[in-house]
Design a protein around this ligand. Structure first.
Ligand code: SAM
Length: 315
């Protein structure tokens, strides 16, 4: 499967899991794909449903994709913008990053958002208490070399085509509003922030919200799939066996290589919880039995990745 990588980066991006998610939903019938937490859109843009409602509480993500949909942002516009601003970044030995960051925090221009997403430290997306983007510069004044600009313009071109070919609606709204608009023929893919992991203006999540999400999904009578984690070396996600105890569970082992060394591998079990049986899923009770009896938690083949160390602490 060819994976389409979105031009916007974020620590929560599911690019490494989209093939697995797609293979698990390909036999599921639905009229409309709904994501209350679309993030970068990596999942929808790879599942490529005919019709979709894609929402997020972060207005900058929605504005960016709406601008692509309206053809205000095209690969040509992006190429010109990043070449110009990239040159200023190089000429000022990186100081221009902070000019753009201040400008973005005043007027929220979607092209500045793209610039920041691709020139900030490690492609992080983080906002302060006032909603200002606060990730520092990646410290590479030559960040927008021709090869990266070509890569980003190709990503914009691919995503523009995917959006133009589908019947997609992008909306800036809270997940509760999205869940109040569901139809029973929708398939909901929910990828909320992990509880207690982030303290970010657009991206915090509480136990109360997790419980609301579960009860609204149950009430909607829709088919739903939730992305979460099951366990890592240190702990198990207890919400899987409390809030989501009635769900089927599919898991995939994801290895994070620390410092690039093969011996420093840390496994995380990523999970898909659903109210329908997916290709790889087993019952919640069966998974509980497996964990209690020290048996394999894996329901599908493993995947590998090299992620920077600071991302591991989010898991
Ligand atoms: C884990 S990320 C989603 C990642 C996405 N699947 C991807 O591949 O890029 C969670 C998203 O939920 C959004 N979010 C957080 N709280 C929300 C809320 N109350 N309502 C709607 N979206 C919310 C965040 O802005 C963030 O984009």
């Amino acid at each position: 499967m060819k994976i389409f990588v979105p031009p916007i980066k974020s620590q929560g991006i599911k690019s490494k899991l989209v093939e697995w998610i797609s293979s698990n939903v390909e036999a599921v019938e639905f009229d409309r794909w709904v994501e209350p937490f679309m993030g970068t859109g990596a999942v929808a843009f790879n599942v490529r449903p005919l019709k979709a409602l894609l929402c997020d509480s972060n207005p900058h993500l929605i504005n960016f994709y709406k601008a692509i949909q309206r053809k205000e942002i095209t690969s040509g516009v992006v190429k010109h913008f990043l070449s110009e601003e990239g040159k200023k970044l190089l000429d000022t030995e990186g100081a221009h990053y902070y000019v753009i960051r201040n400008r973005f925090n005043e007027n929220g221009n979607p092209l500045d958002f793209l610039f920041l997403s691709r020139a900030c430290f490690n492609g992080m997306m983080r906002f302060n208490k006032k909603g200002g983007f606060n990730v520092p510069f990646c410290k590479k004044p030559n960040r927008f070399a021709q090869s990266l600009i070509t890569k980003i313009t190709n990503q914009v071109s691919n995503i523009s085509q995917i959006i133009a070919q589908g019947d997609y609606e992008f909306r800036h709204q809270d997940f509760q509003k999205t869940l109040s608009e569901l139809k029973s023929s929708d398939l909901v893919y929910a990828d909320p922030p992990y509880i207690g992991r982030h303290v970010d203006y657009f991206d915090s999540w509480s136990e109360e919200e997790e419980i609301i999400l579960h009860s609204r999904l149950e009430k909607s009578k829709c088919k739903f799939i939730l992305s979460t984690w099951l366990s890592n070396k240190y702990r198990t996600n207890d919400y899987v066996f409390s809030v989501w105890e009635n769900c089927y569970i599919a898991t995939k082992e994801h290895f994070y290589h620390l410092g690039g060394k093969e011996t420093n591998r840390n496994a995380v079990y990523e999970a898909l919880l659903s109210n329908i049986k997916l290709k790889d899923s087993i019952s919640n009770t069966e998974m509980k039995y497996r964990i209690q009896n020290d048996k394999s938690q894996l329901t599908s083949k493993s995947i590998n990745s090299n992620l920077p160390e600071q991302l591991l602490f989010k898991l």
